[in-house]
Design a protein around this ligand. Structure first.
Ligand SMILES: Cc1ncc(COP(=O)(O)O)c(C=O)c1O
Length: 385
């Protein structure tokens, strides 16, 4: 058995927790972070050896929480492509690439987090899982749960896109649609977990989905020849990907696999749900109250008070990044424009990132000479027409 995990750490207090059993939040009700022994990783492995492995999510095994001999629950988590978006001023030094997470099992980046979280749940002999979802996480949990032989229970808002509801049911999960937003679903999932002894896989309520999402950042660094773009635009709901990617960059830097220059991280939300921008603009260190009223049609960002708000805001500050809020109209315009002009079908959340990039370009917050990566977190086919 070989694990490079040293311990789990409370993201609020820094208190250490053992990693040999399944945890939820810390005793201070904050998310737990997985910490690795980077010295040991460095002597066991170098980046060239990793680059020569089969290109999938498991090439990062030493930087993931599973012991190296624990079987993983996998549905084929391929490295996702960086698709170039042609620019109007082709002579500029910069570039825009879409990292297309729609190529993953169940058509979204949620596969990454749930592949790891379900693998860890199976390793600790859990048999029933529960989670709240805006749609894609429920579908991914249902698929990985089916692959692991586990029962999955999902709570989703009533206005969740039908395509993900149907997909979740198709994988055999039990789904309950709730009159309310994801925070209400989160409360119901928590209560159901306590009452029935199910394992709660809600965003950041357990430490391992974050580790799966971290692979987006590891992969990006490898794809760019162990360097990073100037800016990353990421659609931020619960923020696991945002926080996870930053964690990846810090770990890669500690390993000496990348240099010191890290990207400016841009969290993208919409005017109809932008708690991160509201908190950042008010100088707050956390999201203090739920954003209301939530009016956006972009499902992935309908999170009025993310549990990881403090960590998202701290990544924004540490990376010299900024939050963006765009209109739903701009999202729909970018969604259609990119498809018709370039044949790239983004999901609405990915289109929000493109809209934010265009706003930033117009406002001079980003330059034509910058290298930019936009995260398309799901296939366009998941977005309602
Ligand atoms: C397509 C899509 N993009 C973005 C998000 C937000 O992701 P995160 O929780 O990592 O902020 C979600 C979450 O539901 C989503 O489904």
């Amino acid at each position: 058995m070989r694990s490079f995990v040293s311990h789990l750490e409370c993201s609020l207090t820094g208190r250490r927790y053992e990693h040999d059993r399944l945890h939820g939040l810390s005793d201070d009700a904050a998310p737990l972070l997985v910490r690795y022994d980077t010295h040991r990783i460095r002597s066991a492995l170098n980046r060239n050896a990793v680059g020569q492995r089969p290109h999938d999510m498991w090439m990062w095994r030493e930087l993931l929480p599973l012991d190296t001999d624990t079987p993983v629950v996998s549905l084929g988590e391929t490295v996702t492509p960086l698709v170039s978006v042609p620019r109007h001023r082709a002579q500029s030094a910069g570039s825009v690439h879409v990292k297309d997470e729609g190529r993953l099992p169940t058509g979204s980046f949620k596969a990454r987090g749930l592949a790891i979280a379900v693998s860890m749940a199976r390793r600790f002999e859990e048999s029933e899982l529960v989670l709240p979802t805006a749609g894609n996480a429920g579908a991914a949990a249902a698929a990985y749960g089916a692959a692991a032989g586990m029962k999955v229970h999902v709570f989703a808002p009533e206005d969740t896109p039908q395509i993900t509801i149907q997909e979740t049911k198709f994988f055999g999960a039990h789904i309950r649609q709730v009159d309310g937003l994801i925070d209400k679903c989160g409360e119901l999932a928590r209560a159901a977990a306590t009452e029935n002894g199910w394992h709660n896989l809600a965003t950041l309520a357990e430490p391992y989905r974050l580790e799966g999402k971290k692979t987006m950042g590891l992969e990006l660094a490898m794809q760019l020849g162990w360097s990073l773009p100037d800016l990353i635009y990421y659609p931020t709901g619960g923020g696991t990907g945002f926080i996870g990617m930053w964690k990846a960059f810090i770990e890669l830097r500690e390993l000496g696999w990348i240099g010191d220059r890290l990207p400016r991280m841009v969290s993208v939300q919409t005017h109809g749900c932008s708690p991160i921008k509201t908190a950042f603009d008010s100088g707050h260190r956390d999201v203090l109250k739920p954003f209301e009223p939530v009016t956006t049609a972009v499902p992935g960002v309908r999170v009025p008070k993310p549990l990881g708000g403090r960590m998202i805001l701290s990544v924004l500050r540490a990376s010299n990044g900024h939050p963006c809020a765009v209109s739903d109209d701009a999202v729909f315009r970018c969604h259609a424009d990119l498809a018709r002009q370039h044949g790239i079908h983004l999901c609405l959340e990915g289109a929000a990132c493109l809209a934010a990039y265009q706003d930033d370009l117009a406002a001079g917050l980003v330059s034509e000479n910058d290298k930019v990566v936009i995260f398309n977190t799901a296939t366009g086919l998941k977005s309602a027409f």
